[in-house]
Design a protein around this ligand. Structure first.
Ligand SMILES: Nc1ncnc2c1ncn2[C@@H]1O[C@H](COP(=O)(O)OP(=O)(O)OP(=O)(O)O)[C@@H](O)[C@H]1O
Ligand SMILES: [Mg+2]
Length: 424
């Protein structure tokens, strides 16, 4: 048996009491860079070494795990000098401790993989859903039902981590309303549920630059959510003209089976490390001024060759209109067989595009959670008195930018008097 000497200093102190927290459901939420993901990654390694727990680590889209949690955990293995006690299967994203206990990774979008998960030893006791605001309420219920195993010493646990993007989110309704959570509360504890709210102030490992970035945020909403870690409440949102719908449901007034998604428009906003590459896949019903967003791509860490492959599997022959600021990326995608063209953009195109989109009804397929989050959060910048200025906050607008690119030709076709210079 191996003994590992682990110092408390490697942890942020606020999380230490949760290292052996056995509550059935555990919520870790708060501001950006507050140390949530690193702590939970540390806890996975700690639990695997201790034995008795197998983890399922999930996010909405399986691929996004690779650049986030899967990488974080490997970093912990290195930092703690325990690499030789683990085997890491990179292609299957599987981490196995020498004692046989495992962490498996799966996207909630990958039903087949979720169904076939069986750890080498024992059952899955732990489910950790990272960035849980990306997922639907029904998916959590499914996960809870699937959890088997657990013993008195290592009971079943469900852990959620996220930023509190919207008080209107189902997570608030499910976990926070019933216990009458107060906005400035930092902790809640019962056997069934614990909640911990943290901010960058709880993270002793941040550099002064990181801290300054967060503390210089002037927008009230973004300050609340990402600096103070409080549930966001939105005023001055830009889009209210959208609905979530099940496009596959014949009983829905927005029913649009795949065969009818024929007038397709897709737009691409590039991103790599901190911003995601984002593409809304849409169908336009011009007569009813309805934009149907039936699928989305929203991922960081995609190189252009991988992006090209994904685009080709999502739509084989359609045109994609991309941000013209990255001609090299456009050329690379074209070389890999994606029919992509640069958007024109130009001065005022953002405001004009917003105005045009506001005149449509945007129907978002129920699975397109990132589109929903962006439409909910996209807002006008506010002055000191909280009044909206004619300038959107330049955040959470990746899919929305993609939408503007996708519909640029429609906008030009309308040729209204107030078209900005570039379109004349
Ligand atoms: N225990 C730790 N040891 C070393 N560095 C740490 C530790 N905890 C956090 N950090 C540093 O702080 C950074 C931010 O932490 P982390 O990514 O865990 O924050 P987060 O709360 O998940 O943020 P977000 O809400 O943006 O996802 C990490 O990238 C890492 O550099
Ligand atoms: Mg995180």
């Amino acid at each position: 048996m191996t003994t590992i000497d682990l110092h408390a200093e490697v942890f942020n102190p606020v999380y230490l009491p949760h290292l052996k927290n056995n509550a059935r459901q555990q919520v870790f939420f708060g501001g950006a860079s507050s140390g949530k993901s690193v702590f939970l990654a540390q806890r996975v390694v700690y639990d695997l070494l201790s034995g008795g727990r197998n983890y399922l680590i999930a996010r909405q889209v399986g691929r996004t795990l690779r650049g986030s949690v899967f990488t974080e955990i490997q970093k912990v293995l290195g930092d703690w000098h325990v690499n030789e006690l683990f085997s890491v299967n990179k292609s299957d994203m599987l981490i196995t401790c020498e004692n046989g206990y495992q962490a498996v990774f799966a996207g909630l979008d990958d039903v087949a993989k979720l169904k076939s998960l069986t750890p080498a030893k024992g059952a899955v006791t732990d489910v950790w859903v990272e960035e849980a605001t990306e997922i639907e309420r029904a998916s959590i219920k499914e996960l809870i039902k699937r959890q088997r195993g657990g013993s008195e010493k290592t009971p079943k646990r469900l852990t959620l981590s996220f930023n509190p993007i919207l008080k209107a989110h189902w997570i608030y309704e499910e976990y926070f309303s019933p216990i009458a959570w107060a906005d400035d509360q930092t902790e809640y504890r019962s056997d069934a549920l614990t909640i911990l709210r943290t901010t960058h102030k709880d993270n002793k490992f941040l550099t002064p630059d990181d801290v300054n970035d967060l503390e210089s945020e002037t927008d009230a909403y973004y300050r609340d959510v990402y600096t103070l870690g409080k549930w966001g409440v939105l005023g001055n949102v830009i889009f209210t003209n959208w609905v979530m719908a099940d496009l596959d449901d014949p009983a829905s007034e927005y029913y649009l089976p795949e065969a009818q998604r024929t007038n397709r428009r897709h737009g691409l906003d590039f991103g790599f490390s901190s911003d995601p590459a984002a593409v809304p896949f849409t169908h336009y019903d011009r007569a009813r001024k309805r934009i149907y967003v039936y699928d989305e791509l929203y991922e960081t860490g995609l190189t252009n060759d991988v992006l090209a492959e994904i685009l080709k599997t999502k739509q084989t022959r359609d045109i994609v209109i991309a941000d013209s600021a990255e001609p090299k990326s456009i050329a690379e995608l074209r070389a890999r067989g994606v029919d992509v063209y640069p958007a024109h953009k130009g001065p005022d195109s953002v405001l004009f595009g917003i105005q045009w989109l506001q005149q449509q009804t945007i129907v978002v397929h129920k699975h397109c959670i990132n589109m929903r989050n962006e439409l909910s959060q996209y807002k006008w910048r506010e002055d000191g008195q909280g009044r909206a200025m004619r300038q959107p906050v330049d955040r959470n607008n990746h899919l929305i930018d993609g939408l503007r690119y996708a519909y640029e030709t429609e906008m030009i076709d309308q040729k209204p008097e107030y078209l900005p210079g570039i379109y004349k």
